[in-house]
Design a protein around this ligand. Structure first.
Ligand code: HXC
Length: 267
């Protein structure tokens, strides 16, 4: 039986986009499991708020203010974690940028902004972390994606292409690094109650209702609930044989809803 208060004891995680939403949820969950956590993001203040939450668990917290689009800064940040905390066991690529826009209205710069944050940023952090993890012979990387990475969705061409790229990157690196102790997986959260996702993906009440109607579980999820599945994938003892895969935590949303005659029996 795994003790969930010590499962990450003596381990260190770096969470990008750790100042809010799912990133903060995963940072807190890792700390609750006894691991030290460094959060990386653009804005200092939210990162410091996450650090305060993390420290309540009696573990060490770190904050790095940088943009994941800056490869040199990301490499320096990752190296800094290893220098200051002595090791790096887990990397969570959670930083994202997104807005819903018809593809024909998306400017090249808008496309580039999202690809740079999600796809390029994830590779920069993964590459830098892997230098240490491969040398140590162990490590776990978790990429936060979305199901439109494989089924697509109107208005998300930039994000879907980026997340699809991250999925392909995950599978490629799982096969490349599988024999060297480094696991890499994806988690695919469904609609999660966070400011970032809500503002980008269900800005109106009507949008919110439509999103809810697409989830068989008939509810939104929370960063804390998503973080439980993230903790599973990050933990070598429970998920040590899992690599190159995607865990959907979406209430069945990606399965879709083909609409025919009412089969609810009035429920
Ligand atoms: C059309 C837009 C736009 C919009 C920005 N752009 N917002 N185009 N509609 N709503 C265009 C701009 O006009 C500009 O192009 C280009 O994108 C870059 O915009 P900037 O504001 O200069 O970029 P920047 O400050 O770097 O911001 C990046 C960003 C921003 C991605 C645009 O939204 C951001 O940083 N977001 C981070 C937070 C976030 O989005 N979180 C949501 C993640 S939720 P031009 O041509 O004018 O120069 C998520 C969940 C998915 O990913 C899963 C669902 C299940």
């Amino acid at each position: 039986m795994i003790d969930r208060t010590t499962e990450f004891h003596d381990k260190v995680a770096l969470v990008t986009g750790g100042g809010s939403g799912i990133g903060r949820g995963i940072a807190e969950r890792y700390a609750a499991g006894g691991g030290d956590v460094v959060v990386l993001g653009r804005r200092q203040e939210p990162l410091e708020e996450t650090a305060r939450i993390v420290e309540k668990y009696g573990v060490r917290a770190g904050v790095v203010s940088c943009d994941v689009r800056d490869a040199a800064a990301v490499t320096e940040a990752v190296d800094g974690v290893v220098r200051d905390f002595g090791r790096l066991d887990a990397l969570v690529n959670n930083a994202a940028g997104n807005f819903v826009v018809p593809a024909e209205d998306l400017s090249p710069n808008g496309w580039k902004a999202v690809i740079d944050i999600v796809l390029n940023g994830s590779f920069y952090a993964t590459r830098a972390a892997a230098q240490h993890m491969l040398a140590a012979g162990s490590g776990s990387i978790l990429n936060v994606i979305a199901s439109y990475a494989w089924h697509g969705h109107p208005g998300t061409v930039h994000s879907a292409a980026a997340k699809g790229g991250v999925l392909a990157m995950t599978r490629t690196l799982a096969s490349e690094w599988g024999g060297r102790g480094v696991r890499i997986n994806c988690i695919s959260p469904g609609p999660t109650e966070t400011e970032g996702a809500g503002a980008a993906l269900w800005p109106t009440e009507e949008d919110r209702r439509r999103v809810l109607g697409s989830v068989p579980a008939q509810r939104f999820t929370s960063p804390a609930e998503v973080a439980e599945s993230a903790a599973f994938l990050l933990d070598d003892r429970r998920a040590g044989y899992v690599t190159g895969d995607v865990l959907s935590v979406d209430g069945g949303q990606w399965l879709g809803k083909a609409v025919y005659a009412d089969s609810s029996g009035g429920r």
